[in-house]
Design a protein around this ligand. Structure first.
Ligand SMILES: Nc1ncnc2c1ncn2[C@@H]1O[C@H](COP(=O)(O)OP(=O)(O)OP(=O)(O)O)[C@@H](O)[C@H]1O
Length: 288
């Protein structure tokens, strides 16, 4: 299982090989959330992981960010095995989870400074790096206000600044625009895009918004029931689908999604309803 670390595709930011993860619920019950994912995210690209609720996207991301224990050989980040070199991997990445990661009782600047300390940004550089990260997400004017006064879009940009302050080579975003209005969604993506262009950072993102995936992702992996079902650029995926189904002339990414996942996005399976409720609550707590 697994290649040697120096055998990865040159320029690979993330390599998953036969990635599996099973949650055990006790009483002999378990859920195989990820069931053999093979995936390469190339350095410098924006890679979108799409799929219906419960497909295994967050579990895959948590394995890549070393938050779930997986055996050696299954995940490498810039050549470092996530199981054997956890701290090296952590130093290379910035992660914005689905859950709220900013503290409403601190100012925006204090929140980012906290992350700078946790991620060992050298003390002498800290203040400048915090200000840079805040400027990159267009929060300079609001930086000294309590985060509890921020709108949902501002909180999301603050969380981006927290992840960017350590100058990550890989930025991992789990549904970064969920629950935001269209203008706030665009401003989150604009910030990511600007930093990426300036630094060459790689972005791995999950989203349920097909228009965003189509517009911002260089390549997409479509996940369903723990596996990657299709992989390619948005144009390649659309072309594959129209070649396989003559009725789908000029398909959208939504059509691609339905073709591979076999059901509508976000309105499927029993997990769908619970996830939707959870998300709505998270969003409400952000803006509340
Ligand atoms: N902590 C956990 N304990 C038990 N089962 C879990 C846990 N987290 C996820 N699962 C299960 O693993 C499967 C994959 O979940 P995961 O959150 O990775 O999917 P997802 O594609 O990110 O879904 P969503 O789009 O709803 O966020 C689901 O069946 C889910 O119920």
């Amino acid at each position: 299982m697994g290649q040697d670390e120096d055998e990865d595709e040159p320029g690979a930011a993330v390599v998953c090989e036969g990635l599996e993860f099973e949650f055990r619920h006790g009483k002999g019950q378990s859920t195989k959330a990820v069931d053999g994912v093979d995936l390469t995210v190339r350095a410098g690209e924006v890679f979108g992981l799409l799929g219906p609720n419960g497909a295994g996207k967050t579990t895959t991301i948590r394995a890549i960010t070393t938050l779930l224990p997986v055996p050696a050989g299954m995940v490498r980040v810039f050549g470092h095995d996530a199981a054997r070199h956890r701290m090296q991997v952590r130093r290379l990445l910035g992660y914005v989870p689905q859950q709220l990661s900013a503290d409403g009782g601190l100012t925006g600047r204090e929140n980012v400074a906290l992350f700078a300390r946790v991620f060992d940004v050298p003390r002498a550089e800290r203040a400048a790096r915090v200000s840079q990260a805040i400027a990159a997400v267009d929060l300079t004017e609001a930086a000294d206000r309590m985060a509890s006064s921020y709108s949902g879009g501002m909180v999301r940009r603050l969380e981006l600044a927290q992840a960017l302050v350590s100058a990550p080579r890989l930025l991992v975003l789990d549904e970064p625009t969920i629950g935001l209005d269209p203008i706030a969604r665009t401003s989150v993506w604009d910030c990511v895009d600007a930093v990426r262009k300036a630094t060459g950072m790689t972005v791995l993102v999950t989203t349920h918004y097909m228009d965003e995936a189509d517009h911002y992702c260089d390549r997409i992996g479509l996940m369903d029931r723990g596996r990657i079902r299709a992989l390619g650029t948005p144009a390649e995926l659309k072309a594959q689908v129209s070649a396989q189904d003559a009725a789908l002339d000029n398909p959208t990414l939504d059509d691609v999604f339905r073709f591979y996942a076999g059901r509508d996005l976000g309105h499927s399976e029993k997990e769908g309803e619970f996830s939707d409720v959870r998300r709505t609550r998270r969003t409400a707590s952000r803006v509340g």
